[in-house]
Every structure is written in C-alpha cells, then in structure tokens.
Write a protein that binds this ligand. Sequence first.
Ligand SMILES: [Zn+2]
Length: 435
Amino acid sequence: MLAPHKTKLCALALTVCLASAGCTSPRTTAYNQPVAGSRTIELRNGQWFDGTRFVDRTIYSVDGFFAENKPARVDTVIDLNRGYVVPPFGEAHNHNVDATTAAAARVVVDKYFRDGVFYVQNPANVLRARSGLVGFINVPTGIDAIFSNAALTGPGGHPMGLFLRNLGRGAMLATDSNSTSGFLWTIADRADLDRKWPQILASHPDFIKTMLLYSEEYERRKSDSAFFNWRGLNPSLLPEIVRRAHAAGLRVMTHIETAADFHNALVAGVDQIGHTPGFRGNEKTQLPDFAPFLMTDADAELAAKGGVYVITTLSGPDGLPDTALLARFIKLDSLNLAMMKKHHVKIIVGSDSYRTTSVPEAMWLSKLGVLTNAELLRAWTEETAHAIFPRRKIGKLAPGYEASLLVLAGDPIEDFSNVKRIVLRMKQGQLIDVR
Ligand SMILES: [Zn+2]
C-alpha cells in the first residue's frame, strides 16, 4: 500500500522507496507491509547494535542475508529514521509454543512476533500438541522453535506431578508417560535406558531434556513418597545419556534445582542448563539458606570452559508480596549471576513462564543490574539465538547473517524498557506484519 507522502508511524517515520517502481521522491508505505517481490533492501539511517554499542551504518538485505557493500541494484530503501536496530530476541525456556489448531498457532506466533522474540526452545512438550504449528513456525513468516518432546526423569520424578494434574483435568492421556508421543520418560536404571532409548530417538526430538532435582540426595529421595515430584534422574545415568545424545547429534539440556545439580550436570557434559540454581528456592519455594543454591567459582569456571549455556529463569519471584523473601531471591540470584559473569559463563535468557514470552524475564534481569544493559542485550539476542540454533548465522547484525532485526524507538542501553518499543520487525529479509 503506497501513500503519496511521508507518514509518521509510531515514534519513527520509516520511509520505503520502491526503486523498481521508478519513484524519484521517496514514497512511504506502512512499515509492516511486506513489499512483494523485493529481494534487495537498503536499510539506511539506523543505529546498529554491534554487541556493545550502537553505531551509525547503512546495511543491505540481499536475498534474506545482511550485506555491507551496496549491491548493483536496490529494490527498496527503508529509512530507519535514527531508530535503534537490534537482532531479534530469544526465549531459551518456554513450554507455551504448542498449538493443536491453526487458530491457536496464529495466537502464539503473533504474541512472540509482537514482543520481538523470534527464536524459542520448548524443553518438554507433548508431541501431538505441536500438530497445529505446522506452517506457522520454522518458516520465514513465522517464529523458529525447537522441541525436546518428552523429558527424561526418574520414577516419581519431576514433572510427574504436573503430568498427573494434567491427566486429572483431561489435558493429558495415560499414554503420555513412557510413549513416543508423550510428555515424559521415566528412566529407572541403565537397562531401562537401553530399552527406551530407541523409542526416545524415534520421536525425533530436536534436543534431549533431562531432569536433576536434589541429585545430591538421590539415594535418600528415590523411593520416599515424601519426595514425589522432587527428584529426578539418577545422576550417574546422565553421562551415558549425554554420550548417546551426542552420538545421535543431539544436544542435552538439564533441569536443575541446586548447586549440586548444576555441578552434576556439568561433569556429565550437558550443553545447556535449564535454570539458575535456586531459581525457585526450596521445595516450599522458601529460601532459609543460600548454601544449597550458591554456585562455586570452580563450577562457574567449569561451565565457562565447557561453553555450557545457562538459562536464567529468574523472574518467578518478581512481584512477590513477601518483600523480605523477594529481597532474599534478589540477593541469591545476583550472587549467582555475578559468579557467572566473573567467569564469563554463557548466560542466556529464558523465562519458563507459560503466560509470557521472555520479555518480562529480560526486564527483570535488567532490574537486577548484574549484567549491564548492553551485556544483557547481547545475551538475549546473540547468545540465546546461537544456543538454540548453533548452525545458523543468526543473532548478529553482520554481513552473511540472516537479515532479521528489530528497530526500537529508543536506546535500550540507556533505558532497557525501550526493548518494548518495537517499530519494525524483519525476518530473513521480509518485513513482519503483527496483528
Ligand atoms: Zn520448564
């Protein structure tokens, strides 16, 4: 849709000129209208995030990839009007990318696009709940997501409690335990792993999700009903699971609760850790003692050396009415984040918050203030995208990378809440229309 004059759109005027249409004076189109047939786009007058700061640049999108040099022919010019250009955001831990119908899939994709979150990891999902997503995800016009399918836990282990609740209200089936289409696999021992591993692979997971909960007390908890749902895999099985997953070309994410779980996951050789130790306190979501949840220098160093990604999931306590408890969470989480920052651990952003995307999590991390806004922005864009899709050139505004970006109306380094002021979205060279 072409209008004859420039129009103010949100806080920015984004001017699009169709060179092929032979316009001499720039024409304007609604910024969210994809320009049909456009292959080469000049993105001028923007301030581009380089991983630490914003720099003035002109960049081109050529067949869906960024290019630095002006191509021989430019189909479209977009004037970014001094907007702040960042790579799209990521969500490393959320179970809400599921939909059994096309209508439900549309709602999920629109929600993520609206928030600028293009890359998502779903660590534990029911296979059949993905059926509605076909055609809506992992296409240029949709968000990109990967799935672990059923998670691996010990008998009576987490998330068995959630499974039984869902079973009770009819949201899951009895067959969702220990089946290729299900929600979880219970692995009691090595023989059980041998039996179920071929079926696990047969469900074609994108990665393997494993559970460690209070693994330092595995023996004590494994058959005590008082610890139902507050236990996980036998930690001695995890190295073998990792070995088999890696042999199959799959990465492993491990759910953890304690600093000991964090250590056991690291020595098992996992690729990602699904939470920061102590993210929800103890089994009663209280924090009488930091000791079980404090990350050590040695483990932070081990994580950094192994290139292991640690997913935050720290915003749960945000808004707690118990302000004394909230203050303790803030203190513990800040200590663990500072420990990871000190050793250059790859921190990535994930919320584990079913109702939202990773935006509130990122806002909370900014409020904690351990990472600078620039560090947080890099973690949420470059690191998170790379953790989810390590083989793709995404998460950076650099030549050869996929031409995916967000334009913000204000500087997020100065005020992090500017990440919510998105005025333009582009994915793989196509402007994204949000409803
Ligand atoms: Zn989760």
